[in-house]
Design a protein around this ligand. Sequence first.
Ligand SMILES: Cc1ncc(COP(=O)(O)O)c(C=O)c1O
Length: 427
Amino acid sequence: MATLWHPFSDMAAVADHEFVVDRAEGVWVYDEAGRRYLDGCASLWYANVGHGRTEIVEAATRQMAQLEAYSCFADIANRPALELADRLSALAPMSPGETKVFFGSGGADAIDTAVKLARGYWQARGEHQRVHIVSRETGYHGTHGYGTSIVGIPANREGWGVLAGENTVAPQDLDGVEKVFADVGPERIAAFVMEPVTGAGGVHIPPAGYVEGVAELCRRHGVLLVIDAVICGFGRLGTWWGIERFGVQPDLVTFAKGVTSGYLPLGGVLVSPQVAEPWWTTPGERTLRHGPTYSGHPTCCAAGLATLDIYEREDLIPRGQQLEAALEAALAPLRDHPYVAEVRAGLGLLAAVELTPEVLSSVTDAPNALLRGARDAGVLVRGLGKGVAVSPPLTIGDDELRLLGEGLRAGLDALPAEPPVPSAPGA
Ligand SMILES: Cc1ncc(COP(=O)(O)O)c(C=O)c1O
């Protein structure tokens, strides 16, 4: 009798039909029978430095032997948490070295923290009406309370009854965002939350000028800009936080995944000095009544420090940009496949292949059918609502990128769909 409940899964279909992964090395993953697969999605957009890095394992093991875990509540600290905060702050896209760093265990709790900090900031400033959160269509921000409220994927918001907070999901065009600001009343908006390139919502590259325009609109109306760098950070777009590619300075940045390359769970928020100020200035005035048990977990932070060492020593961060053209070239031939509606790629080392409406309506759970077909061909990808995503480790080579394209083509060819009949000339 199956008992493991898989996230984002149809358990009635999945139970007792699991694909059990056993080990991994570099960009390769092996199942229990020893068959190898190209990790085309860096697990879940996170294995940026690749698998099997003994240096991260050893750093975590050393830390575990010395001090496996200890709370950071009140005045307690540990050396790995202090050092990782300093290193991340020094790399921050706003006020490097002065930006504050709050740690949690993943991306969704980083989002909850960022939204609460944004709202708390305005309460502390006396603008009590600023509680509304605006987010971007197709954005995904995890599945905790606020992440579920502000998600730009309607299916994820449905079926739970009343959700937390007041919020509006804005369209992916600037006029639409301006209209949302006008309708809500900009003086009521606490923050705009945005992934620079949306990931789980389908890998949508922002229209030219969109990110910059939203930032300008936020600045004009005093709205805080929260950049969700959970996927876009740590090299996925070729920079530390992704947002540098747009020349925009955020007020808060959420991160997770690539900070440890997934070796241990860790996430957090970069907080600008301005936003941090109400909590950091006058002793006795204000305590942040928020914080997960594992905030500043020493073993997770030691894994983060070792991961940063690898990014820096191997100069991996720019590869997300250096490889974006090669990834697009590897997937471009799929644009002609009769089952493909669109291939979205070209900004960062991530892409999506979207299936045609006919395939989506005629094949049961077509995205996962494509995922399984690609897997049978030796390539692991990630299912999305209308297709699949790829986001390989930053260490991937050109030949392996080509394999990724070939595996996807094999998966498409294996879909149990009828190729569309070409329409008769003149019809
Ligand atoms: C952009 C973004 N934000 C937040 C999250 C949530 O992160 P986690 O699953 O670690 O809670 C994710 C997860 O995929 C994400 O892609």
